[in-house]
Write a protein that binds this ligand. Structure first.
Ligand SMILES: [Mg+2]
Length: 337
């Protein structure tokens, strides 16, 4: 098995602003695993919020030696070896996991969703993300998102209520709100959520700093819409602490280390009666297609990272009126442009 990878800069169509940061370019490392004349594609989209960047990903990938394995079907052993190389580095690990799944699908001549046994027609519509911006720009973005039935709006700044009111004046679509840990006290979060509830918001993602589970539990008892953990949730092992605090979790391949761990987390959350959102970082169509393969198991889908960039190096995952259309091609169904 040969492992190759290359750095690729994803250019955003609009400056992307959330409560803690703003960016025009996001890093991506495209991973290739070649064996038996077949290339499986993967992607690592690191986030500094989780201690990763371009160099941590490439340094981690350089340490991987796949020569001890006979083929990508040894998925569990390979991922176990990679998991034991070091803690963290989950987007780097996801790049390998995704490439192995793509390779296996191509070898079997089956789409990944099919060999995993999922029904691609059962995928919920994806939301479309509106980053923090001036009210005028937000109104323009809402118009650009016309074909999407669900909006996910980033807040966590001083004029959160005005942002949501201005969007609500334009549309009666489902609105989900993501505070990205931006509300620093439980009292501020409570006041804002109660006012946002009046605007018909469906759910709130990560209202409080990730470690403030006590504050979030206090909030949970006082608000009336679901609270979804994003920054508070990484992988199945830290799920237990979130039970009773949040109503659901946002699973991202780049946080949890890939598709295999994402499926594990989905089943674990199901046993706790928690809702599942499948989300993403800013990623190319490789990462988005990988997450989309699992989306039939989700209550909420937030997979628009590839739609927010201007230079996607891959194609193969399409969206029609907010529904992701999975390909019937083998593997992830993506190809290099
Ligand atoms: Mg989020």
């Amino acid at each position: 098995m040969k492992l190759r990878f290359r750095y690729y800069e994803l250019h955003l169509q609009h400056t992307f602003t959330i409560s803690r940061s703003s960016s025009n370019i996001r890093p991506s490392v495209i991973v290739e695993i070649e064996h038996d004349g077949i290339i499986g594609y993967g992607e690592s989209a690191p986030s500094e919020r989780y201690g990763e960047d371009k160099s941590t990903v490439t340094e981690f990938l350089k340490r991987i030696d796949l020569s001890q394995f006979s083929d990508p079907f040894e998925l569990e052993d390979i991922l176990c070896y990679i998991g034991n190389l070091s803690d963290g580095n989950n987007s780097a690990k996801a790049g390998i996991d995704i490439a192995l799944h793509d390779w296996i699908g191509k070898k079997l001549n089956l789409p990944v969703w099919k060999f995993l046994g999922f029904n691609k027609s059962k995928m919920p519509s994806t939301s479309y993300t509106i980053g923090i911006d001036s009210i005028a720009m937000i109104e323009q973005k809402v118009k650009e998102a016309e074909s999407f039935p669900i909006l996910k709006v980033k807040v966590g700044v001083h004029d959160d209520i005005e942002i949501i009111k201005s969007i609500r004046n334009l549309t009666d679509k489902i609105i989900r709100v993501d505070a990205n840990e931006g509300w620093k006290s439980k009292e501020e979060a409570l006041e804002k959520i109660l006012r946002l509830e009046e605007q018909g918001i469906e759910l709130i993602e990560q209202p409080m700093p990730a470690d403030d589970l006590e504050g979030t539990a206090w909030l949970r008892e006082r608000v009336h819409i679901p609270l979804i953990a994003d920054e508070s949730f990484r992988y199945s092992k830290n799920l237990r602490n979130l039970h009773g605090v949040f109503d659901g979790i946002n699973i991202k391949l780049m946080k949890c280390s890939g598709m295999r761990e994402a499926v594990r987390a989905i089943h674990a959350a199901g046993t706790l009666n928690m809702k599942i959102m499948i989300g993403c970082m800013i990623e190319s169509s490789v990462g988005i297609s990988a997450a989309a393969q699992l989306s039939a198991l989700a209550d909420y889908v937030d997979l628009d990272g590839n739609l927010l960039i201007a230079n996607d190096p891959f194609s193969g995952i399409n969206v029609l009126n907010g529904k992701l259309i999975l390909s019937d091609l083998p593997g992830l169904g993506v190809h290099s442009k």
